[in-house]
Design a binder for this molecule. Structure first.
Ligand code: UAG
Ligand code: ATP
Ligand code: API
Ligand code: MG
Length: 496
């Protein structure tokens, strides 16, 4: 990975500038050589942050961190016994303090980049990836933090989260600065706002895509989920832009309390960025954007929104509108997001999409219904992951059968579950009237081949659920598996 220009080391005092310290034991004039939120990573010179988590309370591990050499402990509650060798800093919210201290520790890298955050239920990965591709094509060196991967210019760094924790996040941004990136584009998940992963960052802009029900297991209520997304716009500085989707029911709420300059995009009404749909087909989208008629390679109306968001943000960052549209017209989708793979001979249109929830699957299938010609059959291959929410299984199978001409039910990542059991639960959801529409093929490779064998020239084969994933996980073992590669294999085998 691109190295940092120097290993940061700071006096604790300098890291506390933006932190509201309630109580302090020990000196603020101690050197801090690294930061961690995991006691198991503590060593001499470490500042340990005790965070209250979902599974555990980091305060339980303060003793462990100190035993391993941590010299600073940031916490919400002081331990009963204090060590003479350690400086304890009590704050109201350790995660918030960690956001500010991580930013300071890495030299506020977000202030040295034009950092744009994207939030919303769907489209974050697509918009962040398109921004990165656009700015790279325009000759800038740019960074990206996304669900699929992180990037410093062309260098790829695997991602573990959509938005990493504040320490990792600031470290990655500092590496981008060291590599002379001028811009960075990142997804801001609702979890990251609530957990203060983005606290302390200086954004040049924020983008809102849309909001539907998701992650309620974590946020509890839809209102809390809206608040989490809005929290991102509330933290933007006056120098930033806040660009929202005016056609989404929650779009304007996002801007209610922001200090940033407000901008909107819309396909329906007057807005800062105006789009109009001219044509929407398997070949792509034809749109009028701010008076310019442009043909794009991306497919589906939802991508028209993503394109308007990207165009709007790029022009708000000072890019020339016509040049932006020229580059955008040639761009392809983010990996595994409505990614088309057309067979060379019979023009079978394979579409690989990460839809792994009922909502996403319905969205993808209705989008396909909008762009298909009457003579094109839709064949859907889908499975559901093991050791994950079982309630979605019957619903996804029902949707796949109802909204397609044919369906092949198969495995996703079975993990530690029996794939045949998962398939039985899926089958239970299929309406009796659709019983003749589907086949069950547990082996995913065989299932994709089966769908391709059924396909006639020009038919559409949707392969849903795994998108960009390049493995299949069975009994704790990950083996190489890429829906896109398997589709290509099937095309060859069947001379499609
Ligand atoms: C629900 C959630 O967000 N969990 C995140 C949270 O973990 P947690 O609350 O379970 O932590 P915990 O296990 O209770 O431990 C509490 C604290 O004690 C510490 N600890 C624990 C054990 C020990 O021995 N010593 C120790 O110090 C832990 O490091 C932690 O700081 O804090 C961890 C450290 O930052 C995250 O890695 C973890 O993400 C988990 C893996 C996760 O799956 N998160 C998902 C839900 C997530 O964040 N998703 C969003 C959105 C995805 C999208 O829709 O695109 C994302 O941004 O990725
Ligand atoms: N603007 C949009 N509106 C609705 N659906 C979208 C939009 N953009 C992409 N999609 C579809 O939604 C799914 C997720 O897209 P994407 O990965 O870009 O979103 P995300 O917000 O990053 O999601 P995640 O939280 O899973 O990382 C895909 O199935 C994609 O085809
Ligand atoms: N972040 C989600 C992705 C699911 C993707 C699907 N392919 C599966 O493995 O279930 C999860 O881990 O639940
Ligand atoms: Mg994402």
């Amino acid at each position: 990975m691109t190295p940092l220009t120097s290993t940061p080391q700071h006096q604790l005092r300098d890291l506390l500038t933006d932190v509201n310290v309630l109580e302090q034991h020990g000196s603020a004039d101690v050197l801090v050589a690294n930061l961690t939120l995991d006691s198991r990573q503590a060593a001499a010179g470490t500042a340990f942050f005790a965070l209250r988590g979902v599974q555990a309370d980091g305060h339980q591990f303060i003793g462990k961190a100190v035993d391993l050499g941590a010299g600073v402990v940031v916490c919400e509650e002081l331990p009963a016994e204090l060590s003479e060798q350690v400086t304890y800093v009590r704050v109201a919210d350790s995660a918030e303090a960690m956001g500010h201290m991580a930013a300071a520790f890495y030299g506020h890298p977000s202030k040295q980049l034009k950092l744009v955050g994207v939030t919303g239920t769907n489209g974050k990965t697509t918009v962040a990836t398109l921004m990165h591709k656009l700015f790279t094509a325009r000759g800038y060196k740019a960074g990206m933090l996304s669900t699929v991967q992180n990037q410093i210019g062309e260098e790829v760094i695997p991602a573990t989260h959509t938005t990493p924790d504040a320490i990792r996040l600031n470290e990655l941004l500092a590496r981008m600065v060291a590599a002379r990136c001028t811009h960075a584009f990142m997804e801001v998940s609702s979890h990251s706002v609530v957990q203060h992963r983005v606290t302390g960052l200086h954004f040049a802009g924020g983008i809102f895509t849309n909001l539907t029900h998701d992650h309620l297991d974590y946020h509890g209520t839809f209102d809390n989920y809206i608040k989490a997304k809005k929290g991102f716009f509330d933290m933007l500085p006056a120098s930033a832009f806040a660009l929202t989707n005016a056609d989404d029911k929650r779009g304007m709420v996002m801007l209610q309390n922001t200090r940033a300059s407000k901008a909107t995009y819309s396909m329906r009404s007057l807005a800062t960025v105006r789009g109009r749909l001219i044509e929407n087909s398997v070949e792509g989208l034809q749109l009028e954007v701010d008076g310019h008629e442009v043909q794009f390679r991306l497919i589906g109306v939802f991508n028209a929104y993503n394109l308007l968001a990207v165009y709007g943000a790029a022009t708000l960052l000072g890019e020339e509108p016509e040049e932006v549209l020229t580059v955008l017209s040639g761009l392809t989708s983010a990996p595994g997001r409505f990614e088309p793979i057309v067979s060379p001979r019979k023009r079978v249109v394979g579409i690989v999409d990460y839809a792994h929830t009922p909502d996403a699957l319905e969205n993808v299938l209705t989008t396909i219904a909008e762009i298909r010609r009457p003579d094109q059959q839709v064949i859907t291959v889908v499975g559901c992951g093991g050791n994950r929410d079982a309630a979605k299984r019957p619903v996804m199978a029902e949707l796949a059968c109802r909204l397609s001409d044919r369906a092949v039910l198969t495995s996703d990542n079975p993990r530690f579950e029996d794939p045949n059991e998962i398939l039985k639960q899926m089958q239970a959801g299929v309406r009796p009237t659709d019983a003749g529409k589907y086949l069950t093929v547990p082996d995913r490779r065989e299932a994709i081949k089966t769908a391709c064998a059924i396909a006639r020239p020009n038919d559409i084969v949707l392969v849903a659920g795994k998108g960009h994933e390049i493995y299949q996980e069975i009994q704790g073992q990950r083996t190489a598996f890429d829906d896109r590669e398997v589709l290509r294999e099937a095309y060859e085998l069947l001379s499609l």
